[in-house]
Design a binder for this molecule. Sequence first.
Ligand SMILES: Cc1cc2nc3c(=O)[nH]c(=O)nc-3n(C[C@H](O)[C@H](O)[C@H](O)COP(=O)(O)OP(=O)(O)OC[C@H]3O[C@@H](n4cnc5c(N)ncnc54)[C@H](O)[C@@H]3O)c2cc1C
Length: 474
Amino acid sequence: MKIAIIGAGATGLAAAHDLLNNGHSVTIYEAGDRPGGLAAGFKAPGWDWSLEKFYHHWFASDADLLKLATEIGVRDRVIYNRPETVVYYEGRFYQLDGALSTVFPGMPWVDKLPLSGSIARGLLALQFPGFNLIDTIRYGLSGAYLVVTSNWRALERTTAHAWLLRWMGRRVYGLLWQPLLQGKFAEYAEQVNMAWMWARVKARTPMLGTFVGGFQAFFDELAAHVQKRGARILYRTRVESITAVPERPQSDDSTTGQPRWLVSAQPPEPGTHNSEFGTDSFDRVLVTTSPRLMTRLVPQLPPDYLGTLSGLKSLGAVIVIFALDHQLSRQGYYWHNLPKNAGFPFLAMCEHTNFVSSQHFGGQHLVYCGDYLPLTHPHFAMSDDELCATFLPSLKRFNPDFDPSWVQQTWVFKEPYAQPVPFVNHSRNIPPMRTPLPGLFFASMSHVYPWDRGTNYAVQLGREVAAQLSATFG
Ligand SMILES: Cc1cc2nc3c(=O)[nH]c(=O)nc-3n(C[C@H](O)[C@H](O)[C@H](O)COP(=O)(O)OP(=O)(O)OC[C@H]3O[C@@H](n4cnc5c(N)ncnc54)[C@H](O)[C@@H]3O)c2cc1C
């Protein structure tokens, strides 16, 4: 059967992989010029590896991603190491998350002990001057509970704000969790449910992974793999509308009663030449874009479904990347969590080259400064130069020796659909991937739950929607 997929991100490509396995003919429409979607990267002159436009890493627990990498024969290029994550407190950075071997160096086997992550967190918390002993015990015990429990459905009935205040206490909440919630969810910070936080604590590992060559190299491999098996990927091809044609010109046994779908595409920039533009018809369509775009592409969806889509809230992301000729963090820290009330104009500073060697980037040291924001925030309206000028002075807070002359290049990336917001009882608000219109499917980051959105879960989602879609062929 003939299937159209809108989007060559992780969801669309993973779905294509399985639909091809099931013997279907697949066409993927992609507005961008390469596969990978939000996880795509770019290469500056002199770099051997690509850099993700938005910081990306995998966790050791990302089983679906690893399975797919194995199936396409590139598992050996997924590599892990353990860069250091720190939190800001009164002018200094402290490590509060890490493996047990961080506390007992030279004993790597301790990381394999059950609950080793929570024990490590408790021990690291003992050294954190922001906590007293009671705080440390509450932090350790509540953290251990979250790792052990699987009952996220009970946790989604309450907000993370209420649960963490109650069980971890005001100080631990104020120093650790509130900055994270405010940074990630802005005005929605106190409305996010506790299952989302549970999923983060449960699934995240101190071991972080990437792909040899960068995430872009992984998505290039995945795209090449599906193309080799017959999928057509139309890059620089933006879908403008998806409409159902009620009467099938010809019926066949397996799809009788299903409408055909017309997909109309345009070049993203006027004047771009691509012979594939125009309209093509399909038996099934899978859309993997934002809910807002889905609403625009298929306005004839029933009002109830459209209402559910418009109830799904999300935040955008703004990222500035600085390429420096010096290392920024003297201690070699990778991920810096920053509280907004400490006056940083961004949520996180992430020195990529403390995770992946700067040798792959012509010796440049690459620093992301990133934030999740509502689209009405002034940072979205600022020019690239204005944003860089706003973010730059803060770099001195990570290294007093920093000098603006260290900056060799900058890049700015903005994305309107970056972080879905899961409210209380969110599982009831997720629209079914099989829409009420026969033959039309929708799978987006907003469907990933209770886990926080990520490429691993996009792969899982893509494979799940492919199974649902294939099942409709009887
Ligand atoms: C700041 C940030 C940091 C992140 N960090 C991590 C991380 O560390 N690890 C991790 O695993 N994940 C991370 N993620 C999440 C990860 O990027 C996403 O979960 C994943 O890429 C989603 O894949 P997707 O295919 O569902 O969507 P997308 O990647 O958004 O793919 C959708 C595709 O559809 C295309 N498209 C849109 N409109 C049209 C149209 N009209 N016609 C044709 N094509 C269209 C887009 O160009 C895009 O390629 C991060 C995301 C952000 C924003």
